[in-house]
Design a protein around this ligand. Sequence first.
Ligand SMILES: O=C(O)C(=O)C[C@]1(C(=O)O)C=C[C@@H](O)C=C1
Length: 374
Amino acid sequence: MALKCVALLGWRSEYEYSWWNRNKPSKSNLAPVTIRWFSRQRSINSVQGGKVAATHNHGRKFHKDLTSLPKPLTVADLSVTLDDSSKVRISFKGMLGSYSEDAALKAYPKCETVPCDEFEDAFKAVELWLAEKAVLPIENSSGGSIHRNYDLLLRHRLHIVGEVQLPVNLCLLALPGVRIEQLKRVLSHPQALAVSDIFLCKLGVPRENVDDTGFAAQYVASNGLRDAAAVASIRAAEVYGLNVLAEKIQDDSDNITRFLVLARDPIIPRTDKPFKTSIVFTLEEGPGILFKALAVFALRDINLTKIESRPQRKRPLRVVDDSNTGAARYFDYLFYIDFEASMAEPRAQNALGHLQEFATFLRVLGCYPMDTTL
Ligand SMILES: O=C(O)C(=O)C[C@]1(C(=O)O)C=C[C@@H](O)C=C1
């Protein structure tokens, strides 16, 4: 079963995985790298008071700072801390100051953020080694799922390596000196406008959709608009030099957006902290099949945190034969499920083994530590 689990995740070896993480490639060093077995190197070295004395073939000796040498791999190398972020590049969709950038900074406080025009560009940035990871919104507690990203998860081969839950406190921003009564329109991302409906109805000015909240703030600032406001974050106000006219304008004070962290390689599942696993599958047709699919988790006391269905785009529609009266047509769906268990746990491996009995397709999108902070 362990082997099956490895096949499902499509892992690189632990050593290869760890090597990539600790040796971030420069643009000139993108070729696949073979792992050197450090223990062999150590056997020709002797440690002397914090320095390594290494002997070359021709017998000449030199001294080298121990810290500059590659370190032997240990279990600690497999630890999955999101804050190990020294200059890791994170792609996201949107402009500087958007909530997606906030999410990237929550996960990797010292990261370099890479703004992208479209969600797909953020995926491609990782695939093309322009960024190490991507951070993308997947669902919002008030607005629901971001379907585009569910579809892209399947179209691309990146792995989910983390999640970020971000409280999205929306603010009304305008140029310094502009008063709320002067406003004739409000710009923002459609989701941000939708979840601030009560406040914006009272304000009573037309709403204009733009690509992201960061862009809305930048647009108001760079065009010197004195009759427009942006719905965006406090950080966007700082980035673009805008005033905060109102804070926490969302209808639901607990407005949380959940983001996924994607990488080229999966991480090693663990059991010493809460992990979540995300999968996507298709099922055969027939009564009760979805019930059976969900039962594989219930039987093992595995909690599901999300279920989403999306049409299979290559097989959108099937026509049933004429004798089958009633439903003349039906759709084929992909099911996305998040469950609270690590793939290192036998109950999760058994559940997926069981699911494979009636799934026509199954892919593990990632197994990653749960974000329990807000
Ligand atoms: O516009 C932004 O700031 C984004 O990061 C995008 C986005 C989204 O796509 O849902 C993310 C979080 C907020 O809930 C609103 C918008």
